[in-house]
Design a protein. Structure first.
Length: 412
């Protein structure tokens, strides 16, 4: 027995590492291209004579449909396994980028960058990776895995913006989109390391016989889950607004595209630290207090950036500060979903939380474009983002950090 168990231990460790590495690569590859969207706003708008509201609506649709599709993609993955969903999502996502490269009308832009990329992301981005980690990783690896998966998405944001600015300058924006589409197809072979069949590892809140409808009714009847979902709205609002409109905001203030690319890259780089730290701390400290602190700190960082004179140094400081807080909400949020309800329907329940996140993203991107065209400034959206930060900090405080109480099955 001892010999067998010791021979299996290295295999189990190797399998765990394979799952983590493959999941992190998927998160990096899928999060990277969409983080470069803001760098296509100015060249496409200039070439086709569009206002920023046209491009803003396409990216707003992308965020909304990414969120809308996530619960359904999660439910399919919970029922039929992760691989098929990831492969289908990667193909649709890559097709959307390829079609975007030939989008010469607003309608085609909305179809490609909005509908196809949005639904593609819902089926192959880090939300499914984190759910697979919850099902496949041992208990002691989960919080770290959530942090690593989130950090990998951040590394994509660190890697791809400078790559996008370099490629756009050297080969053009159309060719850059095609290159990104081809790179995304690497998700297909990587996805096989995350093979699941809807099985859940046992947890306190596990209920293998619970139906999907019962799981939804239980979650949305649980005040702590509702508070968590509502608070996640702000995260999406801020991330989408900054990702899409930050390069144009900096250009309006005389900042070069290189500085804008470096700023977004710094957000991605420092978010690696923030996400890994949040993943490590989420298993040791109160997750709701972590979320309240992160949202409040975002409000302070954004207010300081808006009030300070815009300069390369202020951009770099803001990128580093907001990067530490960028996706650090994800490990405690996903951890709370798993703590309250177990892993059986985690992909679907986290998907609904992520839908709230992406409704916020839709409004952040769309209002950024519309209000800019109306006022000639992004100021209203910046200050709305500050107000939402403190509202989300408050709404997370009533959350109860414990598994739901379920009646024991009646036995004869």
């Amino acid at each position: 027995m001892n010999a067998a168990s010791t021979s299996r231990a290295p295999i189990a460790r190797a399998s765990t590492w394979l799952i983590v590495v493959a999941g992190c690569l998927i998160a990096m590859l899928t999060f990277g291209p969409r983080s470069t969207a803001g760098f296509f706003l100015l060249p496409m708008s200039s070439e086709f004579g569009w206002g920023r509201d046209v491009f803003g609506l396409a990216l707003a649709l992308q965020n909304l449909l990414w969120g809308l599709g996530s619960p359904f993609a999660g439910a399919i993955a919970d029922r039929f396994g992760t691989v098929k969903v990831l492969c289908a999502g990667a193909i649709v996502y890559a097709g959307g980028l390829a079609l975007m490269s030939v989008a010469i009308t607003p309608g085609l832009l909305h179809l490609s960058a909005g509908v196809m990329v949005g639904f593609g992301l819902s089926a192959c981005s880090f939300n499914l990776v984190l759910a697979a980690f919850g099902k496949l990783l041992p208990d002691r690896w989960r919080s770290l895995g959530f942090g690593a998966g989130t950090a990998a998405g951040s590394f994509g944001q660190f890697l791809f913006p400078p790559l996008a600015t370099g490629l756009i300058g050297s080969v053009g924006w159309q060719e850059t989109l095609v290159i990104f589409a081809v790179v995304l197809l690497l998700v297909i072979p990587l996805s096989f390391a995350l093979a699941t069949r809807g099985t859940a590892t046992p947890t306190t809140a596990s209920a293998p016989t619970q139906s999907l409808g019962a799981a939804l009714s239980e979650a949305f009847g649980h005040p702590s889950y509702v508070f968590l979902v509502l608070g996640f709205f702000t995260c999406g609002f801020q991330l989408a607004f900054v990702t899409v409109h930050m390069p144009a905001y900096l250009a309006d203030n005389g900042i070069t595209p290189a500085v804008g690319g470096t700023t977004l890259a710094l957000i991605g780089l420092f978010n690696i630290v923030g996400s890994l730290s949040a993943g490590a701390l989420a298993s040791r400290f109160s997750r709701k207090w972590m979320l309240a602190f992160i949202y409040a700190a975002r409000g302070v960082a954004i207010a300081a950036f808006v009030l300070a004179p815009v300069s390369p140094m202020s951009c770099f400081v803001f990128g580093a500060a907001i990067g530490l807080l960028w996706l650090s909400t994800v490990p405690p949020t996903s951890g709370l979903v798993m703590l309250m309800f177990g892993t059986r329907y985690m992909a679907m329940l986290y998907g609904f939380a992520f839908f709230s996140h992406q409704v916020g993203g839709f409004l952040g991107v769309y209002l950024g474009g519309v209000l800019y065209e109306m006022t000639g400034s992004y100021g209203v959206v910046w200050w709305l983002s500050v107000a939402l930060s403190f509202a989300s900090a408050a709404i997370n405080l009533p959350i109860r950090e414990r598994p739901v109480v379920r009646p024991l099955p009646v036995t004869a």
